[in-house]
Design a protein around this ligand. Structure first.
Ligand code: SF4
Length: 222
């Protein structure tokens, strides 16, 4: 690992430990089912706070695949209705439970191709489960992630960077160990500090090296 990558990792890990959303319940578990259900609920939901009570109630009622596979769709819908898209979500959750039970012995699989074969599971959720539940070296590239890396490494000229460029950057940077902290640190930095419209660069560990921040300061000084 080059010095540049090492510095990046040290900065993001240190920031995440101090400021990251480490107390979220799905961040404190490595249970694949709990992580998968959290990611399914977070998908197309704007506020994490909206998901918290629903997630807790959902796991209380359906603590494992077996219970989810036996659930009535209408009962699932009642619990998750505040998240929106409740018809689609409740159908998917039910299908998910049934498929995990019938094809994966009531376990969440640990292979990418198996994960993306599940209802409602795409590239991001599959990688999130692989990284957070199975400690695999996979990048979790979402909009926050792309924005942070794009601003730091490409600045304003190529903003936002293409999906291919973001993925390449992420794969070059991800460490062999502790990829969970790496992914979640970048995602949280994007959600809390490097916001889409007004990044709070003065609070960011990358302020001095970030091309976007340097360009902004130079533009003000002109
Ligand atoms: S320095 Fe500013 S623009 Fe760059 S990553 Fe940090 S918050 Fe975002």
């Amino acid at each position: 690992m080059g010095n540049e990558n090492k510095n990046f990792l040290e900065k993001i890990s240190c920031w995440y430990k101090k400021h990251g959303r480490t107390s979220l319940p799905w961040r404190k578990t490595s249970n694949p089912y709990e992580i998968l259900m959290a990611e399914m609920m977070l998908q197309k939901t704007h506020a994490v706070e909206q998901v918290l009570p629903v997630y807790k109630e959902f796991l209380r009622k359906y603590p494992n695949v077996q219970r989810l596979s036996e659930a009535e769709e209408i009962e699932i819908k009642k619990i998750i209705c505040s998240l929106g898209l409740q018809n689609i979500r409740s159908r998917r959750f039910k299908e998910l439970g049934v498929k995990l039970k019938s094809q994966f012995k009531s376990k969440v699989p640990d292979e990418y191709n198996d994960l993306v074969s599940l209802p409602g599971v795409g590239e991001y959720i599959a990688n999130a489960v692989l990284c957070m539940a199975f400690n695999k070296k996979e990048v979790m590239v979402d909009a926050n992630f792309g924005r942070v890396l794009g601003r730091i490494f490409y600045g304003k000229e190529e903003y936002p960077p293409s999906k291919n460029k973001t993925w390449k950057l992420a794969k070059d940077l991800i460490p062999n160990n502790n990829c969970r902290q790496f992914n979640l640190g970048i995602i949280d930095l994007g959600a809390i500090v490097c916001k889409p419209k007004s990044p709070k660069c003065e609070l960011c560990p990358f302020e001095e090296v970030c091309i976007y921040s340097i360009q902004t300061k130079n533009a003000i000084m002109k």
